[in-house]
Design a protein around this ligand. Sequence first.
Ligand SMILES: [Cu+2]
Length: 202
Amino acid sequence: MRWKLLPLRLLSCVIACVAGTALANTQITVTDKDGKPLANAVIFLESPAAKAAAKPLSGVEVTQIAKQFSPQIAVVTPNTSVLFPNKDTVRHHVYSFSPAKKFELKLYAGVPAAPVVFDRPGVAVLGCNIHDNMVAWVLIVETPYFGVTDGKGRLNLDAPAGNYQLKAWHSTVLPGVPLSEQPVKIGPGNDTFSVKVAGSTA
Ligand SMILES: [Cu+2]
C-alpha cells in the first residue's frame, strides 16, 4: 500500500499510536436551547492532562478585511500571541474591554508591530472604534482539544481517551453567563455526544 493512499485520519492515528498517545475520535452535535443545530459554537474538553498539554499556539491572526474581522471566532490557548493585520485601505481601531483581555490597537493601517498576548482563559469580545458593526471573539481555553461547529452544528474532535469536562460557548450566550458544561468519558474508539447550549439561539 502506498502511503499517500492512506486516509489522513488513519495516517494521523498511525502517527499518534507510534508516538504513544491513542487519539479517540469524537463526533459532537450541538443544538441551541430550542434544539436547532447551532453553527459556530465552540466546544472544548478540559482536564488536568489537557491543561498540561495546552501550549501557546503560533501564527494566529485575526485579519480585518472588508470592514469585518476574519475569522470572527478565534480559539487559542493561554499565552498565544495574536496579530491583527489590517488588509483594508481604511484604518481600524481594535479594542477589547473584556476582563479576559483588555487592549487597544489605536487607529492603524497595515500590520501592527506587536501582537496581542492573550494570557489567561476566558472570552474577549473585540470591536472597532470606527466601525460599530465589527465584532469578533477570542476564546482562550486551557486545552488543545477544541473545535468550532459547522453549519449543521457538528464537529469532530480528536483527543486522548480519558475523562473530561466538555464545555460549550456560543456568541449568543451573554457575557458573564456560565458556560454549558457536562462531564464526558472519551474513548477508546469512536464516541458521539449531543450538547445543548443553554441560552443560545441558532
Ligand atoms: Cu474598523
